[in-house]
Design a protein around this ligand. Sequence first.
Ligand SMILES: Nc1ncnc2c1ncn2[C@@H]1O[C@H](COP(=O)(O)OP(=O)(O)OP(=O)(O)O)[C@@H](O)[C@H]1O
Length: 117
Amino acid sequence: MEGKRKSIGFTYALNGLKEVFQSEHNFRLHMLSIILVVIAGYYFDIDTIEWLAVIIVIGLVVTTEMVNTAIEEIINYVKPEIHPAAKKIKDIAAGAVLIASLTAIIVGFVIFIPKIF
Ligand SMILES: Nc1ncnc2c1ncn2[C@@H]1O[C@H](COP(=O)(O)OP(=O)(O)OP(=O)(O)O)[C@@H](O)[C@H]1O
């Protein structure tokens, strides 16, 4: 019973991933970037620590993107009209995605630039 409830919860979580993938252009771009980074990781034979850094920033970007999308959905649901508070909340959530993405870019540069040149 407990196991079944857990698997239903997992199905809902996967459904959330599918929702974001289908509705968010940015999320699909992030997925493409992840595929390219993983290919680059294998190509340049990065070490274990470098893989860990790559995996952590990928998790950070995907998580913030999903939380940002959930926040946007909440605002669109509770405050669909124009409101300064709605703007502030969405801008802050978008800022979190920007910080996560910049962190990922910096980590990517630190790992791959010395291997390319
Ligand atoms: N209800 C609102 N009231 C005031 N400003 C809003 C409102 N909804 C959106 N905005 C402004 O428009 C920006 C874009 O919001 P929107 O909901 O379109 O997200 P988005 O840019 O489409 O995000 P994504 O591309 O991740 O879906 C917000 O960051 C905010 O500045």
